[in-house]
Design a protein around this ligand. Structure first.
Ligand SMILES: C[S@@+](CC[C@H](N)C(=O)[O-])C[C@H]1O[C@@H](n2cnc3c(N)ncnc32)[C@H](O)[C@@H]1O
Ligand SMILES: Nc1nc2[nH]cc(C(=O)O)c2c(=O)[nH]1
Ligand code: SF4
Ligand SMILES: [Mg+2]
Length: 216
C-alpha cells in the first residue's frame, strides 16, 4: 500500500500560509488617525504582537492564542456586510502574518486596503496605504521603509522627537510625516508637538480622534 501524503493541513500550517488568521475583533467605524482620519472603514484587528510597547492601548491583543482563527473567506465575507469598501488591517502586529492571501481576496472583492503596522516583521500583502508607526521596543524590519506611505510616530516623551527624525531619514522622500501624542501623555506632550510642527512644517499632527468621539 502507498503512503498517501494527502493529509489535511493543520491550523498552524494554514496560519503560516496566511489562509487562516487569528482575529481579535473586526468592526465598522471611522478611521480615527492619520491620513484617512474621518473615513468610514472596516477594521480587522489580528491577534498577536511581540513588540511590547509600554503604553500600548490594545495590550489584550498581544497573545495570539486567545483569539479565534478564521479563514480569510470568512473574514472577507464579514467585511462585505458593511457599505464601506475601505479596510484597515491592524492588530496586534499584523505583519506577524503573511498578508498576501487576505489582501489579494479583499482586492478581488473591491476593497481599498490600508495597514497599521510597527514594521517589526517582514512586509507582506498588497496595500494601498501603509501607515508605519515604528517602536523603540522592537526594531523595524528593513523591508518597511520603502513601503511606508505615512510615518506616524507616537510621542510619549521628548526623546521621541529625535526617534521620529531618525525614521524620517530612512523612509521614502514622499512618505507623509506625522506625530501623534500618546493618549495618557497628551495633556503634557500636545503643546510640545504643536510647537515642533510649527517650526518643522514637514511634519503634521495626528490625533486619536475616535477616542474624542468615544467610538471604537
Ligand atoms: C494598536 S497599534 C496596532 C498596529 C501596530 N501594532 C502598530 O503599532 O502600528 C495601532 C496604532 O495605535 C498607536 N497607538 C497605540 N497605543 C497608543 C497610545 N497609547 N497612544 C497613541 N497612539 C497609540 C500605534 O502606534 C499605532 O499607530
Ligand atoms: N477608530 C479607530 N481608528 C483607528 N486607527 C488606527 C487604529 C488601530 O488601533 O490600529 C484605530 C482604532 O482602534 N479605532
Ligand atoms: S506594536 Fe502596536 S499592538 Fe504591538 S504593543 Fe506596540 S502599539 Fe501595541
Ligand atoms: Mg486603536
Amino acid at each position: 500500500m502507498h503512503t498517501l501524503d494527502l493529509v489535511a493541513p493543520t491550523t498552524a500550517e494554514l496560519v503560516a500560509a496566511g489562509l487562516q488568521l487569528p482575529v481579535m475583533e473586526a468592526f465598522y467605524t471611522i478611521q480615527g488617525e492619520g491620513r484617512f482620519t474621518g473615513h468610514p472603514a472596516y477594521f480587522i484587528r489580528l491577534g498577536g504582537c511581540d513588540v511590547g510597547c509600554v503604553w500600548c492601548d490594545v495590550k489584550e491583543s498581544w497573545e495570539a492564542a486567545k483569539w479565534p482563527v478564521l479563514s480569510i473567506e470568512k473574514i472577507v465575507e464579514e467585511a462585505l456586510a458593511n457599505p464601506g469598501r475601505l479596510v484597515v488591517i491592524t492588530g496586534g502586529e499584523p505583519l506577524m502574518y503573511n498578508l498576501d492571501p487576505l489582501t489579494q481576496l479583499l482586492k478581488e472583492k473591491g476593497f481599498t486596503t490600508n495597514i497599521e503596522t510597527s514594521g517589526a516583521h517582514p512586509y507582506s500583502g498588497d496595500f494601498d496605504w501603509v501607515c508605519f508607526s515604528p517602536k523603540k521596543f522592537k526594531k523595524p524590519h528593513p523591508s518597511i521603509y520603502q513601503k511606508a506611505d505615512e510615518l506616524k510616530v507616537v510621542i510619549y516623551n521628548k526623546s521621541d522627537f529625535a526617534f521620529a527624525e531618525e525614521h524620517a531619514r530612512l523612509v521614502n522622500p514622499v512618505c507623509e510625516l506625522r506625530l501623534q501624542p500618546e493618549w495618557s501623555k497628551a495633556q503634557k506632550m500636545t503643546p510640545e508637538i504643536i510647537d515642533y510642527v510649527k517650526s518643522r512644517p514637514n511634519w503634521k499632527i495626528s490625533l486619536q480622534t475616535h477616542k474624542f468621539m468615544d467610538i471604537p
